[in-house]
Design a protein. Structure first.
Length: 118
């Protein structure tokens, strides 16, 4: 691993620890965790008290003809609808080590648009 990769990895780990230090999902407000790779994006609503995923959504559940930002927004709408159907009104948003822009922001705003509060 090169020096530059190690530096980037350490910055990412520090950001992850900083974000996760304040985020705890419970029964009343579960954690909405986002995972983003270069090609895909997914989200889960997790109850941390029992360590169980309540609902999940992945971009393979939406049409592949959409562009990446549109797919992220579609995943956000899907996770918001699934959460509302399971009686979840509000959640704690866990962006992990990703910055809040681009696809992560599109997913979050789409979930808010459906009525999920965080």
């Amino acid at each position: 691993m090169h020096k530059r990769q190690k530096k980037f990895q350490s910055i990412r780990q520090r950001r992850l620890r900083r974000v996760r230090a304040v985020i705890k999902g419970g029964k009343l407000r579960p954690r909405l965790a986002v995972f983003r790779s270069l090609k895909h994006i997914s989200a889960q609503v997790i109850d941390d008290t029992v360590g169980r995923t309540i609902v999940a959504a992945h971009d393979w559940e939406v049409p592949k003809s959409l562009k990446s930002m549109e797919r992220a927004a579609a995943v956000g709408r899907l996770i918001g609808e699934k959460a509302k159907n399971n009686g979840i009104e509000s959640a704690v948003f866990d962006r992990r080590h990703y910055k809040f822009h681009g696809r992560v922001k599109a997913l979050a705003e789409a979930a808010r648009g459906v009525g999920l509060k965080f």
